[in-house]
Structure formats: structure tokens, C-alpha cells
Ligand binder design. Structure first.
Ligand code: CDP
Length: 231
């Protein structure tokens, strides 16, 4: 079977990573969570006092970017690679509401994007990759054979993210999650550098009322059609 590149973009908490992992698993593809990389740089900025509620020292972050040592290690149990910062597994630490509340500001910095996009392009060199994010179909893999653009209402997305964070035991409110989701939507779509937009050739999927199984079936169907179309 021909290996393709699958680019999944969309707003925050639209279930991109859930379906990307499922698809990668059935196809034996590599799953890459590009958002985790922006979250990792944000965690670095927080840990080094470069960003806080009323200050963001972008120059210092850019100056120190070479010191941000990101790596990925495949987790056999989970079936995908987890992200490490300076050799430490940070998968849990990067999913907090605190990191979420700063990540879009960090992701708007051109030098940060340049560094991470270069890593992402390299990871997809050999195809057989499913990558999710905001600029995958537009900037990272403009020639991806299949591009999806996921949308859902802000309330549905906040409900899903709230449930996820509660499940991990985080002390948060639904209102705070909804606020974060809408603030990130705004910054991600209005930034100058590679804003979140639907690629012209992307297929839009509104999953507000789709179950996870329905969403998976629909996307797997699209993958099969794309691969068959190439044969
Ligand atoms: O919360 P969710 O899983 O939807 O977001 P994420 O995929 O973890 O991404 C976190 C943030 O990183 C986004 O809100 C964007 O600001 C940024 N991001 C980006 O700018 N470009 C990407 N390719 C992926 C994420």
C-alpha cells in the first residue's frame, strides 16, 4: 500500500490528536503531535522565568532556543512517541491549563515556529505520518495527500477538554477552560506567522455531533479513498 502524509489541522480541542493516534495505529504510521512541541517550548519558557502573566521576554527565548532540547521516545504501551525536554518526559506537565494559557503567545513567535517546523518536516520525510496541529496542511506539509480541517463548537470543545483535565485530577473550572479555548482560537487565527487557516484542499469535518467511532470511520474511509486514488 502506498504511504501517504496525513495533515490534520483545526481549532483547539477538536479531537485531532485522538483520531490521529487511532489512524496512525491502524495504518502502522507515525503519529506526531506538533502542538506538544509548542507546549514543550512554553514549559521551557515558564521554567526559566521568560513568560508570566504580565511579561514575555521573547528576545531571551529566541536567544536561548538552541538550549531547548526536545526529543521523542516511542512508548510501546501507548503506541506513539512521547515528548521529552532535556531528557525528561514532560507529557503530563505540558497538558496543564497553565501551559495552555501561554502556548499560543509562544507559538506566535516566528523563530520558535521556524525551529519546530524544521523538526516536523524532517519527521515526515519518509511519509507514512499523521501529524496534527495548526499549520500542517498549509506550511509543514503543503503537499500532503490528505488534509483534514476539524471544527466543533467552542462549548463542545471546552466540555471535552474539561472532562480530560478533570479525569487527570486537575483543579479547573469549565469556565476557565472555555475561556482558554476561545482565547487560543483568537490568537491562533490572528497571528502574523502561519495563522490557523483551512488549506484550500482540506476537507472540513465538523465533529460536534459525531461519536469517536463515527469520526474514526469517516476519516479512515477518506484515507482509504485517498490511497486508492493514488494506485
Ligand atoms: O489543546 P489542543 O490539543 O487543541 O492544542 P495543541 O495541538 O496541543 O496546540 C497547542 C497550541 O500550540 C495551539 O493553541 C497553537 O497556539 C500552537 N500550535 C501551533 O501554533 N501550530 C501547530 N502546528 C500546533 C500547535
Amino acid at each position: 500500500m502506498n504511504k501517504i502524509t496525513i495533515a490534520i489541522d483545526g481549532y483547539s480541542s477538536t479531537g485531532k490528536s485522538t483520531v490521529a493516534k487511532q489512524i496512525a495505529k491502524v495504518l502502522g504510521y507515525v503519529y506526531v503531535d506538533s502542538g506538544a512541541m509548542y507546549r514543550a517550548v512554553t514549559l521551557y519558557a515558564l521554567q526559566n522565568g521568560l513568560i508570566s502573566e504580565d511579561d514575555f521576554n521573547k528576545e531571551a527565548l529566541v536567544y536561548q532556543l538552541d538550549k531547548v532540547k526536545l526529543s521523542f521516545e516511542f512508548n510501546d504501551v501507548l503506541g506513539y512517541a512521547e515528548v521529552y525536554l532535556d531528557g525528561e518526559n514532560i507529557e503530563h506537565d505540558i497538558r496543564t491549563l497553565e501551559v495552555s494559557s501561554y502556548v499560543s503567545k509562544v507559538a506566535a513567535v516566528a523563530d520558535v515556529r521556524q525551529k519546530l517546523v524544521a523538526i516536523q518536516k524532517k519527521m515526515g520525510e519518509d511519509k507514512g505520518v499523521v501529524m496534527d496541529g495548526r499549520d500542517i496542511g498549509t506550511v509543514v506539509f503543503p503537499n500532503a495527500e490528505l488534509k483534514l480541517f476539524m471544527i466543533a463548537s467552542a462549548e463542545k470543545r471546552a466540555e471535552r477538554r474539561y472532562a480530560e483535565l478533570k479525569e487527570r485530577g486537575d483543579d479547573i473550572t469549565y469556565e476557565a477552560v472555555l475561556k482558554n479555548v476561545t482565547e487560543r482560537d483568537y490568537i491562533d487565527t490572528h497571528r502574523e506567522e502561519s495563522p490557523l487557516v483551512k488549506a484550500k484542499d482540506a476537507i472540513e469535518i465538523d465533529n460536534s455531533d459525531l461519536t469517536l467511532d463515527e469520526q474514526f470511520d469517516k476519516i479512515l474511509q477518506l484515507v482509504k479513498m485517498t490511497v486508492e486514488g493514488l494506485e
